[in-house]
Write a protein that binds this ligand. Structure first.
Ligand SMILES: [Ca+2]
Ligand SMILES: [Ca+2]
Ligand SMILES: [Ca+2]
Ligand SMILES: [Ca+2]
Length: 297
């Protein structure tokens, strides 16, 4: 091999290495950067039954993702580090709080199951997100701000010049007791259902989100892409949308991690994707990614 040939080969190898590295980070493989986790939703012709029961075989064609808080500073499995919430701390162990996410879709719906390991299950209200809960976040247009702008500048606010009502970013919460909450709460077109069920050492929550609840087109004035609200495209095979799942762990009842002083057991919150320092639950840019696999994939 001549010197110039060898130089060419080394350059080529370096370039391949760079491209592999680039594709790995683009796909979210093994990255700890917020907003880069990737999950695959497989197509099914046998939709799961949304009954809070994880039946044998029901989710077998899904590709599950297991999440725990053992590396709380970085995704996957990030625990918010919030000075104002001193008792929000990482789970003691996977037996204290950890979870596995399953996703499937068919022609009409996205299905999500979250199987939660939890040593003390509480759902004493009144706010579902302060009970043991599962929070599913969906960012159809992969543009930030939709959920938060709708919450702070919705159509209920007479002083808001451009009220935000869209299907481009939202969060769905269901407690272990089956109480639900939709954020933002001002949009009746965000349609979904869920069912919670207890199981030994934890609980299961199954969700069904109609694809017609998810808009993949950005119509928002705050991202500079204002379009008439009638512009709508639901997720298609081959699409990637923003997606995240978090589990709240209330192990003492009452206000959970909003309490001021430590209680007997650890209250916590673990998210698949996001950032620990600077955590903001409605930061859509920090949510992970969900790929709608084509039917033959
Ligand atoms: Ca089921
Ligand atoms: Ca969005
Ligand atoms: Ca938007
Ligand atoms: Ca708990």
């Amino acid at each position: 091999m001549t010197a110039s040939n060898r130089s060419f080969c080394i350059h080529w190898l370096l370039l391949v290495g760079f491209l592999l590295d680039l594709s790995a980070s683009a796909l979210g493989a093994e990255t700890r950067i917020p907003g880069k986790q990737l999950m695959v939703a497989r197509f099914t012709t046998k939709p799961p039954i949304i009954d809070g029961v994880f039946s044998v075989g029901e989710w077998k064609s899904a590709t599950p993702i297991h999440v725990d808080g053992s590396t709380p500073a970085t995704a996957p499995g990030v625990v918010p580090n919030i000075p104002d919430l001193p008792v929000l701390v990482p789970p003691d162990s996977p037996a204290d709080s950890s979870f596995t996410i399953y996703t499937l879709y068919d022609n009409d719906n996205l299905y999500v199951a979250v199987d939660v390991i939890d040593d003390f299950v509480f759902s004493d209200g009144p706010l579902p997100f302060l009970d043991d809960d599962v929070e599913v976040m969906i960012d159809g247009d992969r543009q930030p701000g939709d959920a938060w702008f709708a919450i702070i500048c919705g159509d209920f606010d007479p002083f808001c010049p451009n009220p935000v009502v869209n299907n481009e970013g939202f969060k769905l919460t269901t407690s272990a007791g089956g109480d639900t909450l939709t954020d933002p709460g001002n949009n009746p077109n965000i349609v979904w259902e869920s069912k919670a069920g207890l199981r030994p050492h934890g609980f299961v929550i199954e969700f069904r989100v109609p694809l017609n609840s998810i808009n993949t087109i950005d119509t928002s004035w705050f991202s500079g892409n204002f379009r008439p609200e009638s512009v709508f495209r639901r997720p298609q095979p081959g699409d990637i949308i923003g997606f995240n799942v978090a589990v709240g762990d209330d192990d003492n009842g009452g206000p959970s991690y909003f309490r001021e002083k430590p209680a007997a057991h650890t209250d916590s919150f673990t998210a698949w994707d996001g950032r620990s320092i600077g955590w903001f639950v409605f930061a859509e840019a920090d949510w992970g990614n969900l790929y709608f696999a084509r039917r033959n994939e």
